[in-house]
Design a protein around this ligand. Structure first.
Ligand code: ATP
Length: 235
């Protein structure tokens, strides 16, 4: 029924003991959309993304990826490229060797073209030949984003991708994400920065204390609702 919808989240709830980290979260990510999950630290963004990558089970609710209900180990996870937890790079290998190893493990062909495209997006230049142990945090972050984009997955899920990047790299990342969502692909990206979501996303889901406080087109939500801005920027 929702076979063409990259992501559909219904009534998501996650409890840790007595603490409710995510409560009644519903949203959709459609093809062509860059959806920002916006909220202050502790709002439940990472928890939401971890649940939808199958890294932890929800207490309640359902997630559908291209119409398939997501359960841990679902084959449909292979249609999602994700940067949710820092990938464990092999420190003594170069950035390029790490991506090649990762790609080989997915068992897919046409490696060179896919790698080249991802590396171009990452913009690491000649640094791809250096060992990852000598990378700065920002370089690791860019390599991780390149890895998530390998093979141009139809749905890209990124947790705070601009963390550790400098302003020119952040600007470039915005361009990359906008371009990425063309050709029917979709992006879900978390952020605690309103300005970032405003400049990057088509749609926004604003969360606070685990619950959605506003959602819709960025142009409709941002600016129109000063309380949303205050809550978010106060964090
Ligand atoms: P941040 O930007 O800081 O990662 P966030 O919006 O991603 O914020 P989460 O990391 O999802 O927030 O955390 C939401 C709440 O759930 C926080 O109060 C956090 O302390 C709590 N929490 C997260 N993971 C666990 C856990 N494993 N056990 C107990 N509480 C947790």
């Amino acid at each position: 029924e929702y076979a063409d919808v990259p992501l559909r989240v219904d009534g998501l709830r996650k409890e840790y003991g007595d603490f409710v980290a995510v409560d009644r979260v519903d949203f959709e990510v459609k093809r062509g959309q860059v959806v920002g999950l916006l909220g202050p630290n502790g709002a439940g963004k990472t928890t939401t993304l971890r649940v939808l990558m199958g890294l932890t089970n929800p207490t309640a609710g359902q997630i559908h990826v291209f119409g398939h209900q997501l359960v841990p180990g679902s084959p449909v996870l292979s249609r999602i490229g994700a940067l949710v937890e820092g990938p464990g790079f092999l420190p003594h290998l170069s950035g390029l060797a790490n991506l090649k190893a990762y790609w080989a493990a997915t068992g897919r062909p046409e490696a060179e073209a896919e790698l080249d495209r991802a590396l171009e997006i990452a913009g690491l230049g000649a640094s791809v030949h250096r060992r990852v142990k000598n990378y700065s945090h920002g370089m690791r972050q860019r390599l991780a984003i390149a890895q998530a984009m390998l093979g141009l997955p139809e749905l890209l899920v990124l947790d705070e991708p601009t963390d550790g990047l400098d302003p020119p790299q952040i600007a470039e990342m915005r361009r990359v994400l906008k371009r990425y969502a063309t050709d029917g692909r979709a992006v879900l990206v978390s952020s605690h920065l309103l300005a970032e979501v405003e400049q990057t996303c088509t749609h926004v889901v604003v969360v606070n204390k685990g619950a959605i406080v506003a959602s819709g087109l960025v142009d409709d939500i941002v600016g129109e609702s000063p309380t949303v801005q205050i809550e978010v920027s106060d964090a």
